[in-house]
Design a protein around this ligand. Sequence first.
Ligand SMILES: NC(=O)c1ccc[n+]([C@@H]2O[C@H](COP(=O)([O-])OP(=O)(O)OC[C@H]3O[C@@H](n4cnc5c(N)ncnc54)[C@H](O)[C@@H]3O)[C@@H](O)[C@H]2O)c1
Length: 267
Amino acid sequence: MGLGTVAVTGAAGNIGSVVRGALRSQADRLVLLDRVPLQAQAAHEETHVVDLRDPVAVESALAGADSVLHLGGLPDEAPLPDLLEANVLGTQHVLEAARRAGIARVVLASSNRVTGFYPTAHRTGPREPVRPDGLYGVSKVAVEALGQMYADKFGLSVICLRIGSFEEVPTEPRHLATWLSPRDAVGFIRAALTAPPSTRFATAYAVSANTRRFWELPEEAVLAYTPVDNAELHAARIAGAHAPSDPSAPQAGPYALPENTLKHIRP
Ligand SMILES: NC(=O)c1ccc[n+]([C@@H]2O[C@H](COP(=O)([O-])OP(=O)(O)OC[C@H]3O[C@@H](n4cnc5c(N)ncnc54)[C@H](O)[C@@H]3O)[C@@H](O)[C@H]2O)c1
């Protein structure tokens, strides 16, 4: 208990499923939204089938929440119209519902892919200009900008988490830098939900304490969580973990390749 009523969009997804289990014991009520049906697994869970593109449905499901964890949307490269609808419009609907309902905290799932074109040798922090590696990254830039605008203009308290590679365990060389373990994901999300109300707006990378990480960890004053897992401990089981790597290669790895985006653009 202690978190009050927490609403989670995208609750049926990879991260949502893990976070739901972790927050269950700390929330007085969990309001779970997804476009696919969910089953309540506890008396204080409430489920809603909601398409984020429907502002009325979003507002009605979020009414009464103390905070919102917005995970719903398309999590990878897709045609821009789809990304604009699910990620950008969907986020505006969540922020607008939060504004109208006076919800104290909104945590937005952003992505490391907003800065995917910085080279791996560069330690990237949240205040540097964005360098999205594709259309998905562009949609998350807009997600962050919407959060900033709702904070500046309407006084909402918004925290954007630039999530790394959320995986049970790291399985490929890039993960040695980008892995976000389930335990650390829960830690960052809980810290974002409980950061002081005086936090008007913040952006932070959510990544495990990987030896090879190329993103700055959040300052303690922004997010009171120190990650505990390190992908390096799994390196022995990852093919190519010790192969030479190009320090000028983009942090996004294969996601930065032109074909990754071109396949979603009409020829
Ligand atoms: N998994 C990662 O490594 C990672 C990395 C960076 C950022 N993120 C972001 O974190 C969030 C969660 O990621 P995930 O891996 O759990 O993704 P996921 O695809 O497993 O979950 C997303 C959920 O959103 C729901 N959804 C999609 N469009 C919707 C719509 N229009 N209306 C209602 N629900 C909709 C889906 O049904 C799904 O359950 C996403 O916003 C993603 O962009 C994830």
